[in-house]
Design a protein around this ligand. Structure first.
Ligand code: SF4
Ligand code: SF4
Length: 103
């Protein structure tokens, strides 16, 4: 959901819009959960959730939330057998290098 109440940069606006479109496209594709492009990996020493930030952006944006990524005691956990490697979580993560997709 695009927040219309606070000013955003053009880059942030485009990023948020593209992520939303990707997520909706993914949800609408039959068999999306069967596509395998790679697997997301969280770098625990970089991800701020593991330092207590409470961040859960990757979980919130995942098109197949609770299958590909779950929250365990508030911390994101990738489920390799279900993650498609779509990259939406990587694109939306606010912390560089905290999450990536590997083949
Ligand atoms: S969005 Fe990034 S920083 Fe936030 S919990 Fe996920 S991997 Fe960690
Ligand atoms: S790459 Fe990220 S957004 Fe895509 S299915 Fe895997 S955990 Fe979900």
């Amino acid at each position: 959901m695009i927040d219309n109440t606070t000013p955003v940069t053009r880059k942030a606006f485009l990023k948020q819009g593209l992520t939303t479109v990707l997520s909706h496209l993914a949800q609408g594709l039959p068999g999306f959960d069967l596509i395998q492009m790679g697997t997301a990996v969280i770098e625990l020493t970089v991800c701020t959730a593991f330092q207590g930030s409470g961040c859960r952006v990757c979980y919130d944006v995942c098109p197949i939330q609770d299958d590909a990524i779950q929250l365990t005691e508030g911390l994101p956990q990738i489920m390799p057998d279900h993650c498609t490697g779509c990259g939406v979580c990587v694109y939306e993560c606010p912390t560089p290098e905290a999450i990536r997709v590997v083949s």
